[in-house]
Write a protein of this length. Structure first.
Lengths: 132, 551
């Protein structure tokens, strides 16, 4: 069976990567293939890596509050490239009142502080559409 | 070796002399029930082991604290980290905090500032003013400290890669207020090594970064003698997921790398040593935290004395700031965080901190509101003025468990330091990804323990309730970026461009030729060269750091 491929990405200038690394490890333990971008990625870089690596899922992590600008920027590029099958998730310090706008932009789900990693694994397994 | 009785007599004589000059807060200290409280409590018959391992407060190895009277003389500095949006808005918050009894400022900068980009840079989109105040030039700095007398307050600045430039701006603002550099008190974080391993706001590669740091040490030893030139930080190492032992080990290993770099550059250890300061986390494992601060003090004193040959007691003392653990705050039932913060803050006080930031209850959700910040400050004031733990020095000393934990943390941290030595020191250990891997393994182990219910986090994996989403969070207006960009355009149009160009050219030459960069930072900022222009010039000479991927 095709393994689900996930790009774990840090858009913007935020250096907090504890969360994204923990989630990357949890997704790997759940049998997924995980590629991590490292810090300080522009939306353009993230989408280019996602295309190149042919991923099924992009997991974006921001703790600086820049999600309101950067998440929709990533979605805009994804739509431009016609990557409709890619499931995009967001996580970090994100106030609940911001979530409807992020979902309207195309982010499938937003996971806040304290989320159990099993919940993220389950969500990806239920919603990702791996090709292959 | 003098007997302990003689040491005690000498100590008492020193205390008497000190008290004649500066008395303690009260003439007599008593409990709420009227029982008298002594300055320090000792074993009935202190032997050699006691003298070597604990000694007297203010004496080597400083296990019991760096001052002989500790909080009986003066409480710690209550220093709340703050900054957001524009310099004008942050200035309002600082003046509010000073009015409320905060005793030192602590400046949070936004990410573009921390990474050396002006507010109008393309990569600054979405980030301006979000996690701190946006500072692109001396103009912003003038507004930030408007009506705050820099000869009266001490200011800590969380700035690392461009620390020298922000310090130069601070010196320049002080000059305009008529305050001389030698009157300035405060701290720049200036700890680049933990940025590579844990916090992420690096710019240049390690070797040129270490050189700029030694430039700052040398400059300040001459010109800004009361300034703490570095705050060697375990805080972010812990936030990234390390254990308490790793926090001590990696912090002190980084400290050793700075000392070595400065000595290799020809500086005398006791010339810059007294201005080194530290910054630790206060996590939730209460007694382990108390022991951690004590272990860090004893271990650093030994390292400075035995390894680096320091003879000045001030170089051997770990003077430290503490912040309660941001990573322990929960978004669930956020008011519970008030209680977490209170315990964490108490551990820092029982561990002998010199200054303290208490987190606000809403920080797992956003920047803190004014109400939340006020409760956090009041928490410190309650510990300081109501609980009585301040009335005797190192009150938990001699408890079997505390002394066991102190010994054990010290021993295990020493083991790590030996391993890091074998790798060629902290810079090499970080370049090889060793420190990063150790931290992320600890972070994952912790997460697994929570998810397997081996560790309880109240409100997260036990005692969970359904609750409505929080309201009234502090928001930063996205217009801040446009305003800052417009202000920058105006600044660039109005300033003396020739002066800027020539200051930048001289900076470039100095960077290429291993001259001290601090005087050049000052010449640049005085003529309103922007932070982004200065860092851009240095990027051209030094290049940029490329992080190894460790997962």
């Amino acid at each position: 069976m095709h393994k689900i491929r996930v790009l774990a990405a840090k858009p913007g200038l935020d250096g907090h990567d504890r969360g994204v690394k923990v989630i990357a490890a949890a997704l790997r333990d759940a049998g997924m293939e995980v590629i991590y971008t490292g810090l300080r990625q522009t939306p353009e870089q993230i989408v280019a890596t996602a295309m190149q690596e042919d991923v099924d899922v992009i997991a974006l992590s921001i703790l600086s509050g820049a999600h309101d600008y950067l998440f929709p920027e990533v979605m805009k590029l994804i739509k431009q490239k016609g990557m409709d099958n890619v499931l995009v998730l967001g996580g970090g310090v994100i106030p609940e009142e911001d979530i409807p706008a992020l979902k309207a932009a195309g982010i499938a789900e937003v996971f806040g502080p304290g989320t159990n990693t099993h919940k993220i694994v389950d969500f990806i397994q239920a919603n990702a559409k791996p090709r292959g | 070796m003098s007997s302990f009785v003689e040491q005690l007599q000498a100590w008492q004589a020193g205390v008497d002399k000190m008290l004649a000059k500066r008395p303690e807060r009260k003439e007599q200290f008593t409990t709420i029930s009227g029982l008298p409280i002594d300055r320090v409590y000792l074993p009935d018959d202190p032997g050699q082991e006691y003298a070597d391992k604990l000694g007297l407060p203010g004496n080597y190895p400083y296990t019991r604290g760096v001052q002989p009277t500790m909080y009986r003389g003066r409480l710690w500095t209550m220093r709340q980290y703050a900054g957001f949006a524009t310099a004008a808005e942050s200035n309002q918050r600082y003046r509010y905090l000073l009015d409320q009894g905060t005793t030192g400022l602590s400046v949070a900068f936004d990410l573009p500032t921390q990474i050396g980009y002006d507010a109008d840079h393309n990569l600054a989109r979405g980030e301006v003013g979000k996690v701190g105040v946006s500072i692109s030039s001396l103009k912003d700095m003038e507004v930030l400290f408007d009506q705050i007398p820099l000869d009266k307050v001490s200011t800590s600045m969380t700035i690392n890669a461009p620390a020298g430039i922000l310090l130069a701006m601070y010196i320049a603002v002080a000059e305009k207020q008529g305050v001389k550099p030698e009157q300035l008190r405060g701290t720049i974080q200036n700890d680049i090594l933990k940025e590579y391993s844990s916090r992420g706001t690096y710019i240049f590669p390690p070797r040129p970064s270490m050189r700029v740091i030694t430039n700052i040490f040398a400059y300040c030893a001459q010109d800004v003698p009361m300034w703490n030139t570095i705050s060697i930080s375990g805080y972010h190492i812990r936030e990234a997921g390390s254990t308490a032992v790793q926090e001590v080990a990696f912090t002190l290993a980084n400290g050793m790398a700075y000392v070595k770099a400065a000595m290799d550059a020809g500086l005398d250890v006791d010339q810059f040593g007294p201005r080194l300061s530290f910054f630790f986390n206060a996590h939730s494992e209460f007694l382990e935290e108390v022991a951690k601060y004590r272990a860090a003090r004893r271990l650093w004193a030994k390292i400075m004395k035995e390894r680096f040959g320091s003879t000045n007691p001030k170089s051997m003392m770990v003077r430290f700031h503490t912040q309660t653990a941001g990573c322990s705050l929960t978004a669930q039932q956020p008011k519970n965080n008030i209680v977490r913060v209170a315990f964490q803050a108490m551990s820092a006080v029982l561990g002998g901190t010199q200054s303290l930031h208490t987190n606000s209850m809403d920080e797992a959700l956003s920047l803190p509101t004014q109400e939340a910040v006020t409760i956090a400050l009041r928490t410190q004031q309650i510990i300081g003025y109501e609980t009585g733990v301040t009335e005797t020095v190192d009150p938990l000393a001699g408890a079997y468990y505390i002394e066991h934990l102190t010994d054990e943390i010290e021993r295990q941290a020493e083991d790590y330091i030996v391993r890091i030595d074998e790798m060629g020191g902290a810079v090499s250990a970080i370049e090889q990804g060793f420190v990063q891997r150790e931290i992320q393994e600890a972070a994952y182990a912790y997460q697994r323990a929570v998810e397997d219910d081996e560790r309880v986090v109240v409100g997260v994996n036990k005692f969970v309730v359904k609750e409505p989403p929080p309201t009234g969070l502090l928001r930063v207006d996205p217009k801040v970026r446009e305003e800052q960009a417009a202000a920058l355009a105006q600044l660039r149009a109005e300033r003396d461009q020739k002066a800027v160009d020539s200051a930048l050219a001289e900076l470039k030459t100095a960077a290429e030729n291993d001259q001290n960069l601090m005087p050049h930072f000052l010449s640049c900022v005085r003529v309103y060269t922007t932070l982004g222009e200065i860092c851009g010039t240095l990027r051209g000479v030094f290049g940029e750091y490329q992080a190894p991927t460790t997962i």
